[in-house]
Design a protein. Structure first.
Length: 433
């Protein structure tokens, strides 16, 4: 179940940390968020160490679909409604700056970077697309409504944003690695202030960035209440017609399309980790029905952290943890969001103001309907006494038959059939694994 990106890229390996060292900044987590933060801080002249519990880029980043776009579903109407137009503007500006940064870096990196238009389509009607278009126009980001789409089914229309992009994320990140101080197989067990304790060593840092996907420090910041994880599934099809453009359904869990060289990527399905789903079967039957000549070349699945309100958490980890910062909750849009995090945290860690930081503040209100959904899922998980229990907070695990894993419906930790930890926030295997 390897992704196309992991098959196509031979990433370098790095030694584990086995001593105590010093650095200006310790970045924890070797996915796109951690690597971009380390790269940015190095550009700003800081001495930075990156610690990864396993191998870099094997988490969500190695299993993404890697569309580089500021069009994150229909996020702008949601942000404008919840936070007002000014903060929706901050979100857009941060992501536009991120996209520009990718474009200028990719001009010198061989990573199959390709400009593409991005589309959010609707099968129901045009009203939600028109509402998004209105907000984008108010934000000075013109998007057009298109009615004739190259999709293999009928849709009411799509909102098109020109000159977005797609790339091979691991080829891109590989090019940023030379010069970074990276330690793999170095899981961080604890923080004491800005001292980072790993399995076999420690980093005495002045500042720390937690970029572990789901933040692992539970005593601060309430991330176990603020986040849940949602899985998505992807097929890379050969011999399928290549659809021009990057498409995503306005409905969460709907289908997503982009090309990658000779392959048509088809994504979708899924939902909250720990809930039963038939995503693989659904995607395969879609492919068989519409493109009977197509063959599945690669298939993969992964999950992303979903925030309470549609905006990531980027900034100080909590009011009680000075010098510790976080980047998480990318809501399945972690490519430009991770670059936005690198730009914002680059400013904050060097004592500069950042004009977009407010909308991403991890200290913003938690009073959103999703908080009640997360609390209800946790209560149900804790009251499920029949199955193995998650070592993170004790929720009953659910068996995921298509993937043969034990999944936590509360916070999204996952374990192999034998009990080996696959995804956090749990930081260890199941007992007796
Ligand atoms: C199927 C799918 C498709 C997607 N498609 C898109 C898309 O088209 N465009 C887009 O913008 N976004 C997309 N996303 C979202 C995007 O891929 C993610 O938001 C992003 O990759 C998250 O990166 P990350 O660095 O936060 O996490 P990760 O890549 O998971 O990296 C976190 C790292 O931290 C390490 N770690 C964890 N705990 C510790 C510890 N205690 N000590 C040390 N290291 C630790 C982990 O081992 C891991 O390597 C998609 C997501 C999925 C699941």
């Amino acid at each position: 179940m390897h992704s196309l990106w992991l098959e196509q890229n031979d990433l370098p390996t790095f030694p584990p940390l086995q001593e105590t060292i010093s650095a200006d900044v310790a970045v924890i987590g070797g996915g796109i968020a951690g690597i971009l933060c380390a790269w940015r801080l190095r550009e700003l002249g800081l001495d930075c160490v990156l610690l990864e519990s396993g191998r870099i880029c094997r988490g969500a980043t190695g299993h993404t679909t890697a569309k580089l776009t500021v069009q994150h579903g229909l996020v702008y109407q949601r942000l404008a409604k919840q936070f007002g137009l000014e903060k929706a503007r901050q979100y857009l500006a941060a992501n536009l700056a991120a996209l520009d940064q990718f474009k200028s870096l990719c001009a010198h990196i061989d990573c199959n970077f390709q400009e593409q238009d991005s589309f959010v389509y609707s099968r129901q009607g045009l009203s939600s697309l028109e509402a998004e278009q209105k907000i984008l126009t108010a934000l000075n980001c013109p998007a057009t409504l298109e009615k004739h789409l190259p999709l293999p089914f009928s849709a009411a229309g799509a909102l098109r944003l020109p000159r977005q992009a797609q790339f091979d994320p691991l080829a891109f990140l590989s090019a940023l690695l030379p010069g970074l101080r990276i330690f793999e197989r170095s899981p961080v067990r604890a923080l004491k202030g800005a001292q980072v304790i790993t399995k076999e060593g420690a980093v005495h840092a002045r500042q720390v960035i937690v970029a572990t996907h789901f933040p692992f420090l539970d005593r601060h910041g309430l991330y176990f209440m603020k986040l849940y994880q949602s899985r998505s599934y992807v097929l890379a099809l050969e011999n399928a017609p290549l659809i021009d453009g990057m498409f995503i359904d306005e409905t969460p869990g709907g289908l997503s399309f982009r090309t990658a060289g000779p392959y048509q990527l088809l994504g979708g399905g899924g939902g909250r980790t720990g809930k039963e789903n038939e995503a693989w079967a659904h995607l395969e039957s879609f492919a068989r029905r519409h493109w009977p000549q197509a063959k599945v070349k690669y298939r993969w699945a992964a999950q992303d952290c979903m925030s309470l309100d549609g905006a990531p958490y980027i900034g100080p980890y909590s009011p009680n943890t000075p010098n510790v910062y976080v980047a998480t909750g990318f809501n399945k849009w972690g490519m430009t969001s991770a670059m936005a995090a690198a730009l914002i945290l680059g400013d904050l860690l060097t004592g500069r103001e950042n004009p977009w930081a407010e909308v991403f503040s991890p200290q913003r209100t938690m009073l959103r309907p999703q908080l009640a959904v997360n609390a209800a899922a946790s209560a149900a998980g804790l009251l499920n006494f029949r199955t193995p229990r998650c070592p993170h907070m004790g929720c009953g695990l659910k068996w995921n038959d298509p993937e043969h894993t034990w999944d936590c419906p509360c916070h999204g930790s996952r374990f192999s059939e034998a009990g080996e930890r696959l995804d956090g926030p749990a930081n260890g295997d199941l007992p007796n694994a």
